[in-house]
Ligand binder design. Sequence first.
Ligand code: GDP
Length: 436
Amino acid sequence: MVLAQLGEKISCALQKMRNSTVVDEGVLNECINEINRELIIADVDYQLLSNMVNRIKEAVVHRPVGHNKRIAIEQAVFKELFKMLDPGKPSFTPEKGKTSVVILVGLQGSGKTTTCTKYAYYYKKKGFKPALVCADTFRACALDQLSKMHKKPRSLSLEGARFYTVIDPVEVAVEGVELFKKETRDLIIVDTSGRHKQDNDLFEELRQLSEATKPDLVIFVMDSSIGKAAFSQARAFKQSVAVGAVIVTKMDGHAKGGGALSAIAATKSPVIFIGNGERVDDFEDFDVDRFVRRLLGKYFLFMNKIHEVVPMDQQSELLQKCSKGDLSLRMIFELSSNMDHLIQVFSKLPKLVELDRGKEGMAKAKAMMNSMTNEELDSSNPVKLINESRKKRIARGSGCKIHEVTKLIEMYKELAKKYWSLMKGFKMPKKGDMNA
Ligand code: GDP
């Protein structure tokens, strides 16, 4: 996906800055300009970016005393991207057994009708009784599409969902909603017309429709390939109706994805789903954390976590050791016990989960380490020191099994390798260089 490339480019710009001996104004500007350029190429709104750049620069200038400039830049970039994606207020979520009215708005071709059925199908699978009102009277075939789409893909069915239409869109919406309320449908989804371009008639119609049906949620449906127009389009809809959430469609195509960031900023509403195909189940929950992780990669999150959990005066030494692959068992253990979140990212390997997660695993690891010598704990190559007879002694001393000591050493090897592969090649600031 193009977003992954964007993430790579951002990481690259940060890496270049990290590798500079001294981070002066020129290096800072070059780094920010590069990130800015990549986001512009990805179709993020220009004005939005200009504000973001100013805030990053300010965060670096006003960083707390003793804070490393490199770290301040990274944190500010992360914070700003996260802020762009997370408007800070959750969207309305329908509740089973309680009537909710949800209206989908957006330009023609954005994927509204398709998304209506995807949305209905998503909640039907959760046990809701959805109903769809076709208020897209502008396009003659919309009802047909709405009612037939579920029959297309392999055995996925909206059977049991109902459909309703007449001619005046506001009348359709009001009557359809009333009808389905009487039927105690708990999720009434209204598909609206879109037209080819934004025009005042469309917005007036949406305003009236929204006023008459009093929806619990208005969702702005946006085609991810609309590029730079995303911000102004989303803002225009937000000005007419109270958009409370965004669904971005066609993320399976060649879209650059930056438009999604602009739509969130323009509507101050979260993205709740991503459409990634034409089938009714090509629909994904949207999770900001997962998205940012995909965008920026593990390295960035790792650094962010280090800055959060490791005391400032120990960060430099730790990062240097990480980058050289010199981490001792003691360091790995301290990192692991502090960094639950990070461990989740890394713990794809079942053997890590077993020891890392849960208090029992941690307590066992601690007991085993208490039975090790300082030399074993602080060596950058404990595997060489802890031979079979030492494993037996450690197991006896800690009340654990020999295979558990072996597992701890394996865990150490895996984590040391992961940390090292994330950090190798990075030039880290020295202690006296922390303000540079
Ligand atoms: P509307 O005019 O906003 O109601 O848009 P439609 O629902 O009719 O969709 C327009 C076109 O986009 C149709 O050909 C859909 O099959 C297609 N479409 C909608 N969502 C997606 C998606 O997530 N991925 C892809 N590849 N196509 C989609």
